[in-house]
Design a protein around this ligand. Structure first.
Ligand code: GDP
Length: 616
């Protein structure tokens, strides 16, 4: 149905019940596609509704509803998850995994997948090495030679050979980054606590992350070889966080180990299996097309894009067409952690896959598709969905500028900071000074990580997972990392003077950070005719479409909804022969834009003013 024209444009209209699905982060161009309209016409409609939007800017739900109500469409916003499900439904691929989604007789036991977490320097990396080595000594052929992001070991338990899969990226950062993408990989977390150091901030952080994900914890009390180590103190400390040791009547297994001396590692593995058997139903259907998660990926000079995937359900075979994230291909070869070729991989097995078109991201799910073409189509659809999603995310998760507002609205009660500096002295000085800020009662200031060196991917992932702001003191995030932070909406503030960093953070906590400005639209005019004048340059013969046009204000020129220029001055304004200071809606006028000359008929001139935004 072609409705009455709005503001000189006509747009196909719905009957009020026509449902249009819009994905989060969509723009007017996406919406125009769905209703067969031109993006420019929707920009004009938005003007008339009092909203200034460009064709490609991503809009929020309320704005789409406003537009929908005007045009007779029932807008339904879809989440990325719903969209993903619809995408796979369209190709008849079943995404459901897990015990409940399968018939009882199809299920077979699968090994537990374990992540090692804990405070920095408490021995996570060393423990992962010790577990690997223990297994070599235990007769594993060849030893574990390759780093592929995960490995599997074997442990004899009650006379049965039981494999266990370890994610080889220690820390809750990677765990949480994957969870942020919707991938649940870990079945059990080993929380490493150094007996000579005790419970530290990241111990609690890790514990919180594991508990939030409903992942059972086994505590490895490490460094018991160090003199003065006090394992029972760790048990005591952790009771405060709802981790009560079995010997104290709780449900959590604590094992005292020395990663350095390889002591008690076997008992730790035993505890992992006992906890898995008691708390979890670890079964999967091996007889279906494989599905899983990419846990690590990189570009290899000789072999092209490689990804380590963890199989969660089904069996992956060489020759399968797969799609992971927006990357696709045919499995050319599969390697295990010993660098040996595999022809098939069953649930909980990590394998390095060769043959993908590009490098997926950690946390991307992968599925086997019926054929190459379907794999490619799914990858392409996902890629465009990703682009939309990243546009939507470009808004900052949390920023110093709006911190106070967020606190007032109860959205945050903690300012989490990650400090990175060029030398440890300055990081410490900054941390000390920050912790002395009197922050008032409404908010906590926490420094959840600090370190020396450039801002890394890991820092950014932690910031994503914990809603933190990163402070770079004489260091920066570069290249890919800077792009990643931008995409994920993580704020990074750079400083080279300590007191300046402290002052800004203090002011933001008190809501006194420099005033914020917002753009207020004053009026829009549409160009109907262009007069060339040698004396004055071009004059745009225009009609004022909304508000009023004032001399001396700043304007933005848009053409078919696309901004062609910003910050152009309304240098002169005329009605017939008279110079005037303002012209109101509905009237014609001549607009002189000074030396700016790139004008076309139907361009929109919108004027705006920056006004100080009152603080909440
Ligand atoms: P991560 O930051 O948690 O990965 O910690 P690392 O595994 O890198 O270990 C930090 C430091 O503690 C290293 O110097 C290790 O050699 C040392 N370390 C780890 N485990 C033990 C242990 O059981 N005993 C002793 N004495 N030192 C250990």
């Amino acid at each position: 149905m072609q409705g009455p024209s709005i503001g000189g444009v006509s747009v196909p209209r719905g009957d009020g019940k026509t449902v249009i699905q819009v994905r989060q982060g969509a723009s007017l161009t996406d919406f125009a596609d769905k209703i067969n309209a031109s993006p420019g016409s929707l920009v004009t409609v938005m003007f008339h509704l009092g909203e200034m939007a460009t064709a490609t800017q991503s809009l929020d739900e309320d704005t789409f509803r406003l537009l929908g109500a005007e045009l007779g469409y029932d807008i339904r916003m879809v989440s990325p998850e719903e969209e993903e499900k619809e995408l796979f439904d369209a190709f008849s691929i079943n995404l459901e995994i897990g015990v409940d989604a399968e018939d009882e007789e199809d299920l077979a036991a699968r090994p537990p997948v374990v992540t090692v977490m804990g405070h920095v320097d408490h021995g996570k990396t060393r423990l992962l090495d010790a577990i690997r080595n223990e297994n070599v000594a235990g007769g594993e052929s060849g030893g574990i030679t390759q780093h592929i992001g995960a490995y599997q070991i074997h442990k004899e338990h009650e006379g049965v050979d039981r494999p266990i899969t370890f994610i080889d990226t220690p820390g809750h950062e990677a765990f949480t980054a994957m969870r942020a993408r919707g991938a649940k990989v870990t079945d059990i977390a080993i929380l490493v606590v150094a007996a000579d150091d005790g419970v530290m901030p990241q111990t609690i952080e890790a514990l919180n992350h594991a508990q939030a994900a409903d992942v059972p914890i086994v505590v490895a009390v490490n460094k018991i070889d160090v003199e003065g180590a006090n394992p029972s103190k760790i048990r005591q400390q952790l009771t405060e966080y709802n981790l009560v040791a079995e010997e104290y009547g709780g449900e959590t297994m604590f094992v005292d180990v020395s990663a350095k001396q390889g002591e008690n590692i076997d008992a730790l593995l035993e505890a992992v299996l006992l906890t898995a058997d008691a708390a979890l139903d670890l079964r999967a259907n091996p007889d279906r097309d494989a599905r899983g998660v990419a846990i690590e990926a990189n570009l290899d000079k000789g072999r092209g894009a490689t990804a380590t995937v963890l199989i969660q359900s089904g069996t992956l075979r060489v020759g399968d067409a797969i799609v992971t994230g927006s990357s696709y291909g045919r499995v050319r070869a599969m390697l295990d952690e010993h660098g040996q070729n595999l022809t098939e991989a069953t649930p909980s097995r990590p394998v390095q896959v060769l043959g993908l078109s590009s490098v997926p991201r950690a946390g991307d799910t992968f599925v086997v598709a019926p054929d190459d073409r379907t794999a490619r189509q799914i990858a392409e659809r996902r890629e465009s969905a990703d682009r939309q999603a990243s546009l939507a995310k470009a808004r900052k998760r949390i920023s110093l500028e709006d911190l106070n507002e967020a606190i007032a609205q109860g959205k945050v009660d903690t300012l989490n900071l990650i400090l990175k500096g060029d030398v440890s002295g300055s990081v410490e000085a900054l941390e000390d000074a920050l912790l002395q800020i009197d922050v008032g009662e409404d908010v906590d200031l926490r420094i959840i990580d600090r370190g020396v060196g450039a801002i890394t991917m890991n820092n950014i992932n932690l910031a994503v997972a914990s809603n933190a702001i990163i402070i770079g003191f004489n260091v920066r995030a570069e290249g890919l990392n800077a792009d990643y932070a931008e995409r994920e909406g993580v704020e990074i503030r750079y400083y080279s003077v300590i007191y300046q960093a402290i002052e800004e953070i203090e002011q933001s906590l008190k809501g006194m950070l420099k005033p914020e400005y917002e753009e207020v639209e004053l009026g829009t005019a549409e160009i109907r005719e262009i007069f060339r004048s040698s004396k004055f340059g071009n004059i745009a013969g225009s009609i004022v479409r909304s508000g009023e046009i004032k001399r001396g204000t700043r304007a933005r020129i848009t053409r078919n909804g696309v901004v062609v220029s910003e910050n152009v001055e309304i240098a002169g304004l005329r009605r017939f022969k008279d110079d005037v200071t303002e012209v109101r809606e509905g009237f014609e006028c001549g607009i002189n834009l000074g030396s700016y000359n790139d004008l076309q008929i139907e361009d929109l001139i919108s004027t705006y003013e920056m006004r100080e935004k009152p603080r909440a």
